[in-house]
Design a protein around this ligand. Structure first.
Ligand SMILES: *[C@@H]1O[C@H](CO)[C@@H](O)[C@H](O)[C@H]1NC(C)=O
Length: 429
């Protein structure tokens, strides 16, 4: 009876719970095959060709029309069905059986309002815009994975959705993709981000919180302007703003647990024009960040209180704008622990255990975090640093440069994580 109960229970668990992540030995033929395919000269040339075309015509958030069109053309020629538009320029492509589980791979499509200063054959042809965060390569790698997966479509034990999203750089594109409902059925999602901090081909991530939640604020302190010689007849907003900016520093240093990571930074101050006039108002603003989702509303509340009360001390008034209609605050990116372990095992098999590193927590933000609120999610970094190529410049630098030899590794990693996820999570019908 006990035995039968166990048998029934284990059958039940087998159907509804994740199976074990396969061992490195089981994964090895898959990762080797995928990497060999992605490194074939024809495949590699095609992938870097796609990346260079996107690099030459960067488009900023929610304007990715050309990029989106290029993606759809490539998907069409691979024979992959897709849905468009999702969140204006976004594309969601589907490969596989159409049944559960549904595993998703994500690429962001937008460039930045930065003028490229690297002189090379495929330099940006759009003045003032540049792919300085590697999103061109993210698209190329997910298209590379699409090609690898399409070749295996009859063996897939479930469905893979490829998500090409707009507006990662401050526009919360991921949030808008979710709002459009095209991802309601996904069970887990994976993304890669190229990182110049690591040598080419090195992978890195961490379980749990990886990037911060982040919000913006803008404050206006209203006083009463007048002649600088008669301060007693005026209400000086410059002094009020100065006190407020100093007081804001204490939210982190005096009110935050030293073991919690939070940031409050004032990035601009605008007020006054000449030395002998007290202006009517001063505007300033900045960013606040936290590595816990609870931290963000606490910071927001205190930023408002501190600025309003410091204004009142100086007989001024303050109005606060958290700019949520322009730039939705980004939540913390929290990597699912089991999915992290799964992808780490795949990565170790692909590039060797010594080339998979633990990524530190960072106070940068990433809108992939919206997916991590909705479903099991994990993001890995992919090293692109090569001193000879000068691909060691930080993200968002006008000198940012990419070592394209990382692309086949990225394509194979995406595809291997997806295939092995379906293999270990499929539900016997
Ligand atoms: C860096 O790039 C150069 C030029 O492509 C290549 O010859 C070299 O092997 C690369 N170095 C590493 C460490 O990958």
């Amino acid at each position: 009876m006990g035995f039968i109960f166990c048998l029934v229970l284990s059958t039940f668990l087998w159907q509804f719970e994740a199976l074990e992540t396969p061992s490195g030995k089981e994964l090895e033929p898959l990762t080797r095959e995928l990497l060999e395919s992605a490194r074939k000269p024809e495949f590699f040339e095609w992938m870097i060709g796609v990346r260079r075309k996107i690099h030459e015509y960067p488009e900023v958030g929610f304007e990715e029309d050309k990029t989106s069109e290029l993606i759809r053309t490539e998907l069409d020629s691979l024979g992959i069905t897709h849905k468009w538009p999702v969140a204006k320029t976004g594309v969601v492509a589907t490969i596989g059986s159409g049944v559960k589980p549904v595993f998703s791979l994500r690429a962001d499509m937008d460039g930045l309002p930065i003028r490229e200063l690297v002189e090379w054959e495929h330099k940006s042809k759009v003045d003032g815009k540049m792919h300085a965060c590697g999103h061109d390569s993210h698209v190329a790698m997910v298209l590379g994975a699409a090609k690898l997966l399409q070749a295996k479509r009859d063996e897939l034990k479930g469905t893979i959705k490829l998500v090409f999203q707009p507006g990662e750089e401050g526009y919360a594109g991921a949030y808008h993709m979710l709002q459009d409902g095209a991802l309601d059925d996904i069970d887990a999602i994976f993304a890669l981000h190229v990182l110049p901090a690591y040598p080419t081909g090195v992978l890195s991530s961490r379980p749990g919180a990886m990037t911060s939640g982040a919000g913006r604020f803008s404050a206006t302190i209203q006083g009463k302007g007048g002649h600088a010689a008669l301060p007693h007849l005026n209400r000086d907003p410059i002094l009020a703003a100065s006190f407020a900016i100093v007081a804001l520093q204490q939210i982190v240093s005096r009110e935050t647990d030293p073991f919690e990571a939070r940031v409050v930074t004032v990035g601009f101050v605008e007020g006054g024009k000449v030395g002998n006039v007290i202006p009517d108002s001063v505007r300033f603003g900045g960013t606040f960040r936290s590595l816990t989702n609870e931290g963000l509303p606490l910071l927001q509340k205190r930023i408002k209180e501190v600025i309003e009360m410091q204004a009142a001390v100086h007989q001024c008034t303050a109005t606060l704008d958290f700019l949520e209609d322009v730039a939705l605050p980004y939540p913390v990116l929290s990597n699912d622990e089991a999915l992290y372990e799964h992808a780490k095992k795949v990565g170790e098999t692909l590039v060797g255990a010594g080339n998979v590193q633990l990524h530190p927590k960072i106070t940068g933000a990433e809108d992939f975090s919206f997916f991590s609120l909705k479903t099991k999610a994990v993001m890995f970094g992919l090293g692109i640093r090569n001193e000879t190529l000068k691909s060691n410049q930080v993200l968002h630098s006008p000198y940012f440069f990419l070592d394209e030899s990382a692309l086949p590794i990225g394509a194979a990693f995406h595809a291997a994580v997806a295939v092995s996820y379906l293999d270990s999570h499929f539900v016997a019908q």
